[in-house]
Design a protein around this ligand. Structure first.
Ligand code: PGA
Length: 261
């Protein structure tokens, strides 16, 4: 049996100016201790990454990119590569549903981003999850399978242990109209399906080991319940991560979680 880390990842999305992000970081830093079993990761806007990276205590927080372009350099006006930000971040969110559905990112784009993150020494957090229509049509498992297959298509057996999966059903994400929180039983089932697919692709040991997070309308009231689901190794938090009290309460609820496999 191995003790496992719990990940609490804050996705600030397109909120906070660099000044606001800095102030907010200070508030969090006063309230959240450095912990061995809980990894708190903050994903600010790209524009705030450099400033925050100079301010954070890396034993307390790590930083994540919300987005980047997969090529390392070149004539790509307006884009920022992982190789340009790798000094600031340790993690990179890839395949978030807002990237898939607002910016039309395909599984191929996502696979290239996952590969670019790994190539540059970052941990990709690959987000997958079915839409409301897919769930209604009984296509939840096939949506999960195809996003995993697509997103991991460039990841070798040696590198799969560098990947984190976040299960985020699109209908549960607060930015969606009619969003509603997922039931723990749906999440438990989805993580089983994900591990089953990972086992087919990379073997049982990898499937048991890969961290799987849940994201979608997590609040300070629901976090502990989600963290109790067997096989769920942490949370990806949008809206509630923008409010210091909520976010700190969520981190607090992760402290008591001791994951074993
Ligand atoms: P939410 O966002 O917590 O506001 O639903 C989660 C996410 O988009 O990752």
């Amino acid at each position: 049996m191995m003790a496992r880390k719990t990940y609490i990842i804050a996705n600030w999305k397109m909120n906070f100016t660099p000044g606001e992000a800095s102030l907010y970081l200070h508030r969090l830093a006063d309230k959240i201790p450095a912990m061995r079993n809980v990894q708190v990761v903050l994903a600010p806007s790209l524009i705030s990454l450099q400033t925050l990276s100079l301010q954070i205590n890396r034993r307390q927080f790590k930083l994540a990119a919300q987005n980047f372009y997969w090529r390392d350099y070149g004539a790509y006006t307006g884009e920022v590569s992982v190789s340009q930000i790798r000094g600031f971040v340790d993690y990179a969110i890839v395949g978030h549903s807002e990237r898939r559905y607002v910016f039309n990112e395909s599984d191929k784009d996502i696979a290239q981003k996952v590969a670019a993150a790994i190539r540059n020494g970052l941990t990709p957090v690959l987000c997958i999850g079915e839409t409301a229509t897919e769930r209604r049509n009984g296509e939840t498992n096939s949506a999960i399978y195809s996003q995993l297959l697509g997103g991991l298509s460039e990841v070798s057996e040696e590198d799969i242990n560098k990947v984190i999966i976040a299960y985020e059903p699109v209908w549960a994400i607060s930015s969606n109209k009619n969003a509603r929180p997922a039931n723990p039983s749906d999440i438990a089932e989805a993580q089983r399906v994900i591990r089953h697919q990972i086992a087919k692709l990379y073997g049982e040991a990898v499937a048991l080991d890969i961290p799987i997070l849940y994201g979608g309308s997590v609040s300070k009231d629901t976090a502990a319940g989600y963290l109790d689901i067997a096989g769920i190794d942490g949370l990806l938090i949008g809206g509630a991560s923008l409010i210091a009290d909520s976010f700190c309460a969520i981190v607090e609820s992760a402290k008591g979680k001791y994951n074993e496999r």
